[in-house]
Design a protein around this ligand. Structure first.
Ligand SMILES: NC(=O)c1ccc[n+]([C@@H]2O[C@H](COP(=O)([O-])OP(=O)(O)OC[C@H]3O[C@@H](n4cnc5c(N)ncnc54)[C@H](O)[C@@H]3O)[C@@H](O)[C@H]2O)c1
Length: 438
């Protein structure tokens, strides 16, 4: 199948990347991009920087780098901005988070110090464990949204950007369900006026982004942009959105392993996941209300991948538990354990143990970079609303209301690459390959 291709505007000028939250993930992306620009390190883990894409038949030997195939913003053209509830600049915040070694941060200090956060829209009701000191004051939530829109405009002018994208890298908010105020843009705007408690700070940022024509990605499991009112706004404004919750660590491993077990028709009787984590994210998730948001996001993946309703004998009755324990000595270097009880031929039981000593922000940083760059591509290609082809990066991918999310990492990657082929009018790759044997 070959599409005609799509007109893609060239990525001329600077791309502003606005990060909500200047914590472990954000500072690791910003410092990392600076280190790569200076050739002090390589952008490992980033598909936009290192990934390739096969084109045409296997006999053609065409596998360019993705960045040479589609017109993407160059690292040199990225300018970062951020909001946070603390006033520390990017250098101070990165030092505090302790992800990147001090010796590397020292080399990047002059650039990092220049990135000073803008005061945040924050309310402790939504993130119980944090006490913000650097926050905007406003008459109501509409006033706060307007202040964010003014920040966005000012950042764009001051930095001479031609385009902007926004990525939520701030703390996980309490668990919320969609309510009547989220139904339409009219009810949402009335809710801003009356400061409705069902409008969380993350929704105010998303609203400000969409109103300003800025594409939005949600890296946390909060509801945020995943409500009908904001989807309506994204479609009306022609803006691209994606979410939720960066797929790193244990969930990434789950979406690699579970499709493998299922493809061999091996059964599952239980999957127990636990981890210890000592960064601020871990502290926030120690609060049961924020943990609930995360737990929902982490639990959903196995159900969708294994499809128990289609395979009741294999997956009709498995236990799935996820625990996160805040354990300060580990900092950002999380340790995860998985115990997987599976069964095979004639029902004989087997076990798999995974002990993943990972680094949360090191896994998340290339995801943020890719999302910023791909969202900009989507925007320049006239794609609006939910960008399901970016599900590859998320634990709880957003989809059209009638669809279930696709969690299998390999199907997600195929979808991502076929979307790029579609944009450029290249043949889709189905892996059928009968023609090689004609
Ligand atoms: N690192 C990962 O592997 C990973 C994976 C999936 C999701 N996430 C999510 O990404 C987010 C960031 O993770 P992190 O490790 O950088 O956490 P972090 O705690 O180091 O950073 C979050 C920052 O957001 C700030 N913040 C909180 N509320 C804010 C608001 N309303 N406006 C502006 N700033 C605000 C905090 O002060 C903090 O500096 C978290 O929600 C986390 O759950 C991270």
């Amino acid at each position: 199948m070959i599409s005609k291709g799509v007109t893609i505007q060239e990525p001329k000028g600077k791309l502003g990347v606005l990060l909500v939250g200047l914590g472990a993930v954000s500072t690791t992306v910003i410092a990392g991009v600076e280190a790569v620009r200076r050739q002090l390190a390589k952008p490992i883990g980033s598909l936009t920087q290192m990934g390739t894409i096969r084109l045409g038949k296997r006999t053609e030997g065409r596998s360019p780098k993705i960045k040479d195939f589609v017109p993407l913003a160059e690292l040199e053209d990225l300018v970062f901005g951020a909001w946070d509830i603390f006033e520390d600049n990017c250098y101070e915040a990165a030092l505090h988070c302790g992800v990147i070694e001090k010796s590397l941060l020292e080399q990047l200090k002059p650039e990092l110090e220049k990135i000073k956060p803008m005061p945040a829209v924050f309310d402790q009701h939504y993130v119980k464990r944090l006490h913000g000191t650097y926050i905007k004051k406003g008459e109501n939530k509409r006033d706060l949204a307007e202040q964010l829109m003014a920040d966005i405009q000012k950042f764009k002018t001051d930095n001479n950007c031609t385009r902007l994208v926004m990525v939520w890298c701030a703390s996980t908010e309490i668990f919320m369900k969609s309510s009547p105020v989220h139904e339409t843009i009219e009810s949402f705007e009335r809710g801003l006026e009356t400061s409705d408690p069902d409008i969380a700070p993350s929704m105010i940022y998303a609203y400000a982004a969409l109103k300003s024509g800025v594409a939005f990605a949600n890296g946390a499991p909060n509801l945020t942009v995943d409500i009908p009112a904001l989807m309506q706004l994204a479609n009306e404004k022609g803006v691209a959105v994606c979410g939720k919750d960066f797929k790193t660590g244990q969930t990434m491993m789950k979406t690699i392993l579970a499709p493998g077990l299922k493809s061999r028709m091996l059964g599952l009787s239980g999957w127990y996941s636990t981890n210890i984590l000592g960064n601020r994210d871990g502290e926030v998730l120690d609060d049961p209300e924020s943990f609930k948001t995360k737990e929902e996001s982490k639990l959903s993946v196995l159900e969708y991948i294994l499809q128990p309703e289609i395979h009741p004998d294999l997956y009709g009755d498995f236990s799935h538990l996820v625990r996160i324990n805040y354990y300060p000595p580990r900092g950002d270097n999380k340790e995860g354990w998985d115990n997987i009880d599976i069964f095979g031929w004639l029902g004989y039981p087997m076990q798999i143990k995974i002990n993943f000593l990972c680094r949360d922000s090191i896994l998340a940083a290339p995801i943020v970079l890719d999302l910023a760059i791909f969202l900009d591509l989507a925007q320049r290609s006239g794609m609006k609303g939910i960008q399901e082809w970016l599900s590859f990066y998320f634990k709880s991918p957003m989809t059209a209301p009638q669809l279930y999310p696709e969690h299998d990492l390999f199907i997600q990657l195929m979808k991502l690459k076929n979307t790029l082929r579609h944009l450029k009018g290249e043949e889709m790759i189905t892996h059928l390959g009968l023609e090689y044997y004609d």
